[in-house]
Design a protein around this ligand. Structure first.
Ligand SMILES: [Zn+2]
Ligand SMILES: [Zn+2]
Length: 358
């Protein structure tokens, strides 16, 4: 009897132990399962957003993405309005020159001066119209979207395509641009490899045109300004409404041309300096950073696209012979730039006396 009770007690103890053990194993299994689910959820979340290029810049870019999107879209729409503004303002100046300035030149100047004004004014106008049209309508150049053997320096994070040297992504055009300089809202186009010369020539000839108009109309401006000053005297001066419109048109002509000459002249000089150094606007910032970085290491930075001042200009303008200074620079010319904008290894003009001045 005693042994039976002992056997029963032993069986009960074993059962209770097994039950406790089972409960602990069940708890561990539940915790493990929950941990697995948590890890799986995190992995799923990361797989949606993670790539090997993710860093703090990417996160900040992502946070500011809606603002960038808004600015880019506004700039895109403003581009159309800006082009319209350029055409309207330029046309208004040309109209005032024909109506107000040209009759005065024809009546007061000698024949030689009249001929010079007619020749220079029309040549300048032709160069402005030609280069503006070409700069706005010529594609700046895009890298191929398909896989190719073209040497690339990095991958565009937006296009997910290889980027050749000097290529940068334009967030307004939403694509990569060959030898990108900047996006110009006044052209509603990017300035890149194939229209850089047209852009610079437009800036240069527009500045020259504005300087010409400002200088030619300065005496008329002084007279018109003095006349307007007397408008509010008593008794009022006997100017007809036609004369008053004439005064205001001359003041508008001089103020607008002088302001544009100053602003655009500064921009043209800046771009001339960049071209002399064989840099684009974007490369100027990159090269300056690189220069400081190399300086700290005690090394000297050399721009691989700088062929020397004169050669940089020859490459930029496409001048191979002396006659090209006339036919390709001083006259409207639609010749394409050297190279395809994809590879940048050698000095493109092959002449006997050419020396690389890197
Ligand atoms: Zn891109
Ligand atoms: Zn662009």
């Amino acid at each position: 009897m005693k042994s039976r009770a002992h056997l029963f007690a032993s069986a009960m103890r074993l059962f209770v132990r097994c039950f406790r053990l089972g409960r602990r194993r069940g708890q561990n299994k539940l915790i493990r399962r929950l941990r697995e689910l948590w890890s799986y959820g995190r992995l799923c979340l990361k797989s949606l957003f993670y790539n090997s290029f993710t860093n703090s810049d990417t996160i900040i870019d992502s946070l500011f993405e809606p603002i960038y999107w808004l600015v880019d879209h506004i700039t895109r729409w403003f581009g159309v309005a800006f082009v319209f503004l350029v055409i309207v303002l330029t046309s208004s100046i040309v109209l005032i020159v024909y109506i107000c300035l040209l009759p005065l030149i024809l009546h007061t100047y000698s024949l030689a001066w009249i001929l010079w004004h007619i020749f220079y004014g029309h040549w300048n106008l032709l160069m402005i119209v030609f280069h503006y049209y070409k700069a706005a309508r010529t594609s700046p150049g895009y890298p191929p979207q398909i896989k190719s053997d073209i040497p690339s320096v990095s991958i565009c994070r937006k296009c997910i395509t290889p980027k050749p040297a000097r290529t940068h992504h334009c967030s307004i055009c939403n694509r990569c641009i060959l030898k990108m300089d900047h996006h110009c809202p006044w052209l509603n186009n990017c300035v890149g490899h194939f229209n850089h010369r047209y852009f610079f020539s437009f800036c240069l000839f527009m500045t020259m045109g504005c300087v010409y108009c400002s200088i030619s109309s300065r005496n008329m401006f002084i007279d018109a300004y003095n006349a307007v000053e007397t408008y509010y005297q008593t008794p009022p001066p006997p100017y007809t409404s036609k004369e008053r419109i004439f005064h205001k048109c001359v003041i508008y002509l001089w103020v607008l041309c002088s302001s544009v000459a100053l602003a655009l002249g500064g921009l043209t000089l800046w771009h001339a300096m960049l071209i002399s150094r064989g840099e684009t606007s974007i490369e100027r910032h990159i090269n300056r950073k690189e220069q400081h970085r190399m300086q700290k290491k005690g090394k000297t930075f050399r721009n691989p696209f700088n062929y020397g001042r004169l050669h940089n200009w020859k490459v930029f303008l496409g001048v191979e012979t002396r006659s090209h200074w006339l036919t390709r620079v001083l006259l409207p010319s639609g010749h394409p730039p050297y190279g395809d904008g994809l590879t940048w290894t050698h000095y493109p003009i092959s002449t006997r006396n050419t020396m690389l001045a890197i």
